[in-house]
Write a protein that binds this ligand. Sequence first.
Ligand code: GLU
Length: 493
Amino acid sequence: MREVRLRFAPSPTGYLHIGGLRTALYNYLFAKHNNGKFILRIEDTDRTRYVEGAIENLIESLQWAGIEYDEGVFLEDGKLVQRGEYGPYIQSERLEIYRKYVDELIEKGYAYYCFCSKERLDKVREEQKIKGLIPKYDGLCRSLSLEEAKEKIANGEEYVVRLKLPPNTDIKFDDLVRGTITINTNDIDDQVLLKSDGYPTYHMAVVVDDHLMGITHIVRGEEWLSSTPKHVYLYEVFGWEKPVYVHLPTVLNKDRKKLSKRHGDVAVEDFRDKGYLPEGLINYLALVGWSPEDNEELLTMEELIEKFSFERVSKTGGIFDKDKLDWVNSHYIKNYDLDKLTDLAIPYLKEANLIDDKFAEERYDWLKVLVETVREGLSNLSEIVDKVGIFFDNEIKPENDEALSMLKMDHIPTLLSAFREELEAIDEVDEEFAKTIMKKIQKATGIKGKNLFMPVRIALTGNIHGPELTSIIYLLGKQNILNRIEYVEKQYL
Ligand code: GLU
């Protein structure tokens, strides 16, 4: 049996789209499930769409997401390097290879030189449109003999090379998600294979590379489905073994429209910057268009690898549901290694000017307790800024009238004085103090239950609900609490 080999073959046109990450993920999961190889190839033959830095960005996004590949293009110390026996893995470095196969097609009569100008092609298309026909090349240059064509080339005429499809022939292939697909060549254009700039088109390059790189399964977005017959035809005329095709449903938003930049976040880096954890995003994305047999929804990468199969990929669009992503991600935030989570949270606190470098270093342990205290209920780490606000501002503002009226109850002065007394008797709040202080106040004042806990919470945070009071007292420490009591007494009592 052939070794299972899959590839992710993005074009470096900007950022990695969340749908692209899902494609990479499904390729990766299937390759790993079958002990196969996963390859990253860069498809950069469309020079008009090339964006500087896009390859680096793609690699960083995959790395961040934890999708590892065995061969292809890597980023090492900020430099692109290639590893693997089938390189180069950047298509613009493979032009001679494509040229050789294009020549072979021309030689065997499966492709032809075309000299039609853009003006002529535009005119043909216009006329076809008026007649209500599907616009495609009218085949004018098909009848040129090879000698005539070579003469024109010798005279310096510009040309492209086109695929010479046989008329009225059914092309058939199987897709693991879509089933058997049949398309008649009458409905397909004589695809340009080699452009006038000497670069192959995607269609030529993808077939040559997938063959030469031993790719066994082609897993990509369904937008490529209509191109596949041309690719299948090329495999046939070259006499190459065809890969297995899997076309994935497009990732849609809740309105069943394509996820696009106009509708919010679509780049992997947007989700990273918002503070989604790679484990959460990957877990969620796996479920956009696929589900395991047991319908389990929280899965680690290892579990995904174990359970993944194409049989359970849905035919219809996968809906990207942000609420569900939030739910999955909050699960990971709740259970994440605390040191790692703290390290990831610190940049958000710095960005919001709540802490600086010095603070982060000197009070790391305090920050850990802070993160531990508020992590429950966070959908992403950028939300931590709002959650921790209460720990950084001693000017307490009761969140609403209800909170304010609780501070105005008759027993509050007694309560706060008792709290102050306990604090003044110690050097600094420790865990033990934080745990026992409320009991002590209860004993000293006889105030208990709701009348005890609610007002203290409101005096310390302004809020009726929030984290455990013990954690709040521990995190605020002696001086902050004294300041807050004083402030509340002055402002509200
Ligand atoms: N370069 C194509 C893209 O950007 C790859 C399509 C394929 O996987 O064949 O999506």
